[in-house]
Design a protein around this ligand. Sequence first.
Ligand code: HEC
Ligand SMILES: [Cu+2]
Length: 318
Amino acid sequence: MMWMNLARAQSLMPAEGTQIATQVNNLYVFLLVASLIASAIIIGGMIFFVWKYRRKTANDKTPYMSHNTTLEFLWSFIPLVIFLGVFAWGWYIYHNMRAMPKDALEIHIVGKQWAWETQYKSGVKASNLIVAPINTDVKLIMTSTDVIHSFFVPSFRIKQDVVPGRYTALWFRANKLGEYHIFCTEFCGTQHSGMIGTLRVVSQQEYEAWLEEESKVGLLPLAQRGEKIFQVKACASCHSTADAAVKVGPPLFKAFGKTHEMANGEKVAMDENYIRESIMSPNAKVVKGFPQNVMPAFQGQLSETELSALVEYIKGLQ
Ligand code: HEC
Ligand SMILES: [Cu+2]
């Protein structure tokens, strides 16, 4: 319907990421348009009658009127039918929203001041991020560790209180790829407005790849995660870790805490910040006797957790 699409122009409402969002929008647009038509009839009729039956001469008499059964019946019955229709329509959508699908992919969500923690069944965890496959029923099982929060994804038109001491649930079936906002909509303390996250809808393959990748680094002690990342990012092809052998780059074995001489003569003790800088922008300080521009810069390719893991791993190579 043309008018529905018109009223639903992107600028008016958040994107629709699920079938339910579309259903909610249709109902909402119907209510909006029905209210507009009703107010046009009522206010327009009022203005018209005020004008038509205005006092025209000094001795106008108000005619005697009792009632009109047909009219009264119609203006009661037609709205009644519309209201019952809206009720049934709303009930149907609400039922769809609240009836949890069987065999859904279940994800645990913990609200805390002031973040959303995501926990997958495999043990993978994420913070302020939910990654979910497209066209799949997903059920969120939610609780809070402190105060009452409220989980809201505007583009999915789903919202639910997240309460300490019990579980509440939501479900969705995303039908568009993309990133959607997660908000907390229950005032929960000073940083409430910062309690936001991202719901990323990806293809089934991407979802599995992501889980796989996260499970590599998600469950181990930091130094062990660091060791994995060191392999995955091919650091190992240029740096030796078990002896002082010089490969493409300087050995990292027993390197932490020692003083290293740079190409410009500067002496730098290897601490956490030096490791970080060496990984993110290798050209900031170039080790004496080694080529510049050989080690790739990892800026933007490692998360803070991955960086900490690498730092801990390198510290432990003693
Ligand atoms: C293509 C080879 C190559 C790869 C891959 C590489 N590096 Fe390097 N790295 C070097 C070279 C060459 C240097 C010395 C030049 C410089 O300082 O930029 C270096 C320097 C370093 C230093 C400073 C060492 C010191 O003794 O002062 C650290 C720490 C380091 N790399 C860590 C890493 C980590 C962690 C990774 C993986 C995320 C990595 N490197 C990947 C070649 C590489
Ligand atoms: Cu909150």
